[in-house]
Design a protein around this ligand. Structure first.
Ligand code: GLP
Length: 240
């Protein structure tokens, strides 16, 4: 595990974007695992800037997002599909048919999970970008006695619903379920880039990176992966 700390978010975002661009330049057909949440927004902005500057093309890559809410249409502004279009896909030359997210509107959610796993198996992820939830969740893999390996439907924990309520008109509108890649799928990525920003992530980052490896903190399982790059701003890196 390599841990890098940055004095500013700007520097962190530039570094992360450069990392992805380097991967794409050296392997134009790379498969990237992408994330939502506030953490990656600055990284996506930098990637778009570099694309507009003519430094990189996304035309041949494939992307897989970690997760999606159940029951939100892609046009819903709170869906992760909408988020990805707004912050990245809508600004770059990535073909629509190679940008994958779980379909939270699928009539048969179990079949949708199997379909997603089959696609992931066919196109292993080169670099998986991850943020972290305050309870240590990655994607939507919530703390539990056991964790799932593959893509599955998850009941969101109260703290996650509360954390995400800021994006919705009321707590009642926050979807209670999501489809998420499993911890097993995440750990299959060749490289994992875990990003933490802000003082509110300092405690969980310490627990995830230096605490016991436990399903109570799903991000702690990243300690078992051979190739994890952790990027932290000064506040999130305070205790590591
Ligand atoms: C959501 C996403 C996670 C993300 C987390 C943290 O729950 N499913 O992938 O890491 O939020 O979000 P933020 O980056 O806004 O703190």
């Amino acid at each position: 595990m390599i841990i890098r700390k940055f004095d500013s978010r700007e520097e962190l975002d530039s570094y992360a974007a450069q990392y992805f661009i380097y991967i794409i330049q050296t392997k134009p057909t790379a498969t990237l695992g992408l994330a939502t949440g506030s953490t990656p927004i600055g990284i996506y902005e930098k990637m778009v800037e570099r694309y507009r500057g003519g430094e990189v093309s996304f035309a041949q890559i494939t992307t897989f997002n970690l997760d999606e809410y159940v029951g939100l249409q892609p046009q819903n502004e709170q869906s992760y599909a909408y988020f990805m279009n707004r912050h990245l896909f809508g600004h770059i030359d990535l073909p629509d048919n190679r940008a994958f997210l779980p379909n939270g509107m699928a009539a048969d959610l179990a079949a949708e999970c199997s379909r997603y796993d089959a696609m992931l198996a066919a196109q292993p992820i080169d670099v998986q970008l991850l943020g972290i939830g305050h309870n240590g969740h990655i994607g939507f893999n919530e703390p539990d006695r056991t964790l799932h390996g593959g893509t599955h439907v998850v009941e969101l924990k109260r703290e996650t619903l509360e954390a995400n309520a800021r994006f919705f008109a009321s707590m009642d509108e926050v979807p209670k379920q999501a489809i998420t890649m499993g911890v097993g799928s995440i750990l299959k990525a060749r490289t994992i880039m875990l990003v933490g920003k802000g003082a509110d992530k300092a405690d969980i980052m310490k627990q995830a990176l230096t605490g016991p490896i436990t399903t109570d903190c799903p991000a702690s399982l990243l300690q078992t992966h051979a190739n994890v790059l952790v990027l932290l701003d000064r506040e999130a890196g305070r205790y590591v």
